[in-house]
Structures are given as structure tokens and as C-alpha cells.
Design a protein around this ligand. Structure first.
Ligand code: NAP
Ligand code: GLV
Length: 309
């Protein structure tokens, strides 16, 4: 079995060593420009089109992330009919749970306010928000959205969720489709975006949708920067409609020097670290999925190219 590897910004050596240990029968190689020799599988993150275009004989492409927006952008350069498999959880669920729990509790208990007070040497008491109205709405109830809901559940916040297809999750008021979006927004004091980036979800966090939240709401975006219309958020923070935002992802990454978000005290910025790809978990998952594919079984995390995730 021949496996091609290419991951931008990653040192390939430890990946190849771990993949080799997990799949001793495999012949592994790092893809380099001009390499069109046969391969059975490709393990990739943000591959260039030339790596995959016109490639025959591939049995599967493994995306080293949960989001597939970058690879699907290759469009017709992706070999037709070859399964694209994303990471499902692979250690990201717990990281997302940690990140979102931190951000929610920070707003709920007003730690953001106490941080600001400390900077100006102020000792001022403030009660937490009223928990009954501090409802958390999760946009995207897939692998990561459901893990976030499970992590928040013990705190007793009212929980809501929104997905493309209807869901029935205990303790979560589930809404679905465009028909369910307004009711979801009207009842969410904190919105957590963990949607895939698709044609339908690009720009979904905009002046119109964010204005439907209760006044003084919070936004946590851990999905993709293109979900948010950044100028709209700035305006809504200035009007008080949005009280604060925690953003892990941006339209341009790294966030450029001089971007207005750097100077906005109500925005908390992290550098796309909400849930990082963990090599050990990812290699174990990919090796197990290759084993299943070789045995003719289905694998979880198969991407639907038409749906976009
Ligand atoms: P997933 O399991 O595929 O879940 C996606 C969820 O979004 C599903 O519930 C899906 O609805 C819903 N959805 C998709 N399109 C929709 C639409 N048009 N309207 C309403 N709901 C829609 O994906 P995941 O593993 O949870 O990952 C989600 C995203 O997180 C990734 O795509 C990636 O962009 C992002 N991410 C970010 C980081 C980071 O570090 N910041 C790390 C990992 C992942 P259905 O359930 O009905 O299909
Ligand atoms: C990271 O952003 C991922 O999609 O895995």
C-alpha cells in the first residue's frame, strides 16, 4: 500500500514515522511537485491542486482536519469518485469543549470585566448573569457541536442547537434549517459557531442574524473566519447589541497587524487553536479507517462533496 503525505506547515518526519508504525506494510512518501507516481491513499492538509489533479488509482484522501473547506476548494482538481475522509473528533472534541466552556464561563461569571478592572486597579463587585436567561445556542450540532453541548450541560445553562437536519438531543432545544434559525437566534444569549464553511453558511454571522439575538449577547466563533462579516460585528459591538466576542478564526489568518479587531477591547482573539490536530489520535484514526476501507467497510467522516461537509 502506497501512501502520499503533504501537510502545509507541518514537519512531515514525525507524521511519516507514526504512520509507518501504525501501518507497517505501507510505503510512505512525502509528495513533491512533479510526483505523479501511483498511490493508494493520500494524507493531506491544504494540498496543492497538482498533487491530486488527474491522479488515478487513489482509494481515499484523508484530510488532516475536521473542516474540509480548503480541500473542497480544489473542485474539479479532486479526482472524481475518490472518497474524502475528514477527521471526526480525533481529540478535537475535548479541546473544543475546553475552549467553549472557558469562553462561556468567562462571560457568565464576568471574568472579562474583572480582567479590565484589574488593569485599572478597580475592586468592584459584580454578580454573575442570571443563569436562566444565559442561554447558549450552538450553531452546528455535529461531532464538535454535540461535544460542546455535553460539556456545558452540567452547568445548567439553557442549551439550544441548530443544524441542517432535525435532531433530538436530550437537554438541547434543537432547531433546524433556515426555517428554524430565527427562533434559535431570538432565544440564544451566547452564540457558539461550530459550523462547517459551505456556500450556505458563509457570512452567516452578519448584521441581520446577530441583530436577532437578545440585546447584549455574546459571540464565540470557533468555526471559520468566513462565517463572520467582520465589519458587521464591529458595528454591533459599538451599538451594544453584541457585548463581547471570542474569536479563534478570521477571514485572513494570521490576523493582519492593523486590523481593527486588535484594538477592540470587547473582542478576545486566539490564533486558530480552539482544537488542533493531534498527531497520535489522527494517525490512529486514519490507520483504523484505512483498515476498514481495505476490508470493504464504510468509514465515519466521509465527506459529501455536494453538501460541502
Ligand atoms: P460535522 O460533524 O460535520 O458537523 C457539522 C454540523 O453543522 C452538523 O450538525 C450539520 O448539520 C451542521 N450544518 C452544516 N451545514 C448547515 C446548514 N447549512 N445549516 C445548519 N446546519 C448546518 O463537523 P464538526 O466535526 O463538528 O466540525 C465543524 C467545524 O468546526 C469544521 O467544519 C471546522 O470548520 C471547524 N473546526 C474548527 C477548529 C478550530 O480550531 N477553530 C477545529 C476543528 C474544526 P447536520 O447535523 O444536519 O448535518
Ligand atoms: C481546524 O480548523 C480543523 O478544521 O480541523
Amino acid at each position: 500500500m502506497r501512501i502520499l503525505f503533504h501537510a502545509v506547515d507541518a514537519n512531515p518526519a514525525p507524521w511519516l514515522a507514526d504512520l509507518q508504525a501504525a501501518l507497517p506494510q505501507a510505503q510512505l512518501r512525502v509528495w513533491e511537485a512533479g510526483d505523479d507516481a501511483p498511490a493508494d491513499y493520500a494524507v493531506v492538509w491544504k494540498p496543492p491542486a497538482e498533487m491530486l489533479r488527474d491522479r488515478v488509482g487513489l482509494k481515499g484522501v484523508f484530510n488532516l482536519g475536521a473542516g474540509v473547506d480548503a480541500i473542497l476548494q480544489l473542485g474539479d482538481a479532486l479526482p472524481a469518485g475518490v472518497p474524502i475522509v475528514r477527521l471526526d473528533d480525533a481529540g478535537m472534541g475535548v479541546q473544543m469543549a475546553e475552549y467553549v466552556t472557558w469562553a462561556v464561563l468567562r462571560y457568565f461569571r464576568r471574568f472579562d470585566q474583572f480582567d479590565a478592572q484589574q488593569k485599572s486597579g478597580q475592586w468592584r463587585f459584580a454578580k454573575p448573569h442570571d443563569k436562566r436567561s444565559f442561554s447558549i445556542g450552538i450553531l452546528g450540532l455535529g461531532v464538535l457541536g454535540q461535544r460542546i453541548a455535553a460539556a456545558l450541560s452540567p452547568f445548567g445553562f439553557p442549551l439550544l442547537g441548530w443544524s441542517r437536519t432535525p435532531k433530538d438531543l436530550p437537554g438541547v432545544a434543537c432547531h433546524a434549517g433556515s426555517a428554524g434559525l430565527d427562533a434559535f437566534l431570538a432565544a440564544s444569549r451566547v452564540v457558539v459557531c461550530v459550523l462547517p464553511l459551505t456556500g450556505e453558511t458563509t457570512g452567516i454571522l452578519n448584521r441581520d442574524t446577530l441583530s436577532k439575538l437578545p440585546h447584549g449577547s455574546y459571540l464565540i466563533n470557533v468555526a471559520r473566519g468566513m462565517h463572520l462579516v467582520e465589519a458587521d460585528l464591529t458595528a454591533l459591538l459599538q451599538s451594544g447589541q453584541i457585548a463581547g466576542a471570542t474569536l479563534d478564526v478570521f477571514r485572513q489568518e494570521p490576523l493582519p497587524a492593523g486590523h481593527p479587531f486588535w484594538q477592540e477591547p470587547r473582542i478576545t482573539i486566539t490564533p486558530h487553536i480552539a482544537a488542533v490536530t493531534l498527531r497520535g489520535d489522527s494517525v490512529r484514526q486514519i490507520a483504523a479507517k484505512i483498515g476498514r476501507m481495505e476490508a470493504g467497510h464504510d468509514v465515519p467522516g466521509l465527506v459529501d462533496r455536494t453538501r460541502g461537509y
